[in-house]
Design a protein around this ligand. Structure first.
Ligand code: B12
Length: 226
């Protein structure tokens, strides 16, 4: 895994792919490559980029290598149609980080969800408009800067004001995961993209079971849907 991390940190896209292939051949799971490889590389990049050493070009090259590896792990052509339900994703207004969101998008598509990507720096209004149009199972908010916490806290209410109280809200990303679901007023706070996918699997199964039996199980949320 260290060779992959070093290739990513060098911004060497070709070597990053070679090391990814080697790991896959050795039986290492995609999930481990994302969490122990890509996320670990970004943590080390952060340590490297102290205020005095901040180097935008370096970060961009790393970002490109990360994208190469993700495209390799989740090739567009092999993605299923998205039969499990729709999810709308966004990084809210004031947050221009989108690598975590893009990874989440690929993981969710790979797991069979249809993903509507509202992009980065996205106003809440736009996210709610998309939710109204697409009727998603959930909206996912990726937050990397702490300044967007007050916006995240408004998402649930904004959905409810539009009559979309049944849409679950999940959050993740380096800044948000230091908080709690309760404080952020969201239904679920994920540590990793795979946590988010597992949460969606649970609520998607619950939704299907409601449709089939008309029964009401717990939603895994402490926020009322009304
Ligand atoms: C790369 C980077 C950038 C790049 C972004 C490129 C891009 N296209 O995304 C650039 C150079 C543009 C950038 C700019 C800035 N950045 Co910056 N950046 C980072 C860095 C080094 C890595 C972020 C990253 O991509 N991580 C990798 C991804 C894969 O991790 P992740 O997002 O957490 O995602 C994983 C999970 O959390 C999960 N996930 C993520 N989102 C979601 C959502 C849901 C719903 C779910 C289920 C899961 C999930 O899935 C992923 C895989 O498991 C971090 C340091 C760090 N350690 O995070 C600083 C950091 C986030 N940046 C920071 C800052 C301050 C800035 C700037 C303000 C710097 C400046 N002074 O100009 C600007 C502008 C910020 C703005 N307005 O948005 C701070 C934020 C501090 C804070 N807490 O508020 C950090 C923490 C650096 C630091 N230590 O100070 N940055």
């Amino acid at each position: 895994m260290d060779s992959l991390i070093n290739a990513l940190l060098d911004g060497n896209g070709a070597d990053s792919i070679v090391h990814t292939q080697r790991l896959l051949h050795a039986g290492v799971s995609v999930e481990r490559i994302v969490i122990e490889g890509i996320e670990e590389a970004m943590t080390r990049l952060d340590e490297k980029c102290t205020v005095s050493q901040f180097n935008l070009l370096e970060i961009m090259l790393v970002g490109r290598s990360v994208t190469n590896v993700m495209n390799y792990l989740y090739p567009g052509g092999s993605l299923p149609a998205g039969s499990k339900g729709t999810v709308a994703l966004a990084a809210l207004e004031g947050d221009i980080h989108d690598m975590g969101k893009n990874i989440l998008k690929m993981v969710l598509m790979g797991k069979g969800y249809r993903v509507v990507d509202c992009g980065k720096d996205c106003p809440i209004q736009k996210l709610v408009d998309v939710a109204e149009k697409e009727s998603p199972l959930a909206v996912g908010i990726s937050g990397l800067v702490t300044s967007i916490v007050p916006l995240v806290q408004r998402v649930r209410e904004s959905l409810r004001d539009r009559g979309l109280g049944q849409v679950k809200v999940m959050a993740g990303g380096a800044a948000l995961k230091q908080s709690s679901a309760e404080r952020l007023h969201v239904d679920y706070l994920a540590e990793t993209a795979f946590d988010g996918a597992n949460y969606l699997d649970r609520i998607s199964q619950e939704a299907q079971s409601h449709e089939q039996h008309g029964t009401c199980h717990g939603s895994g949320s402490f926020w009322p849907a009304g």
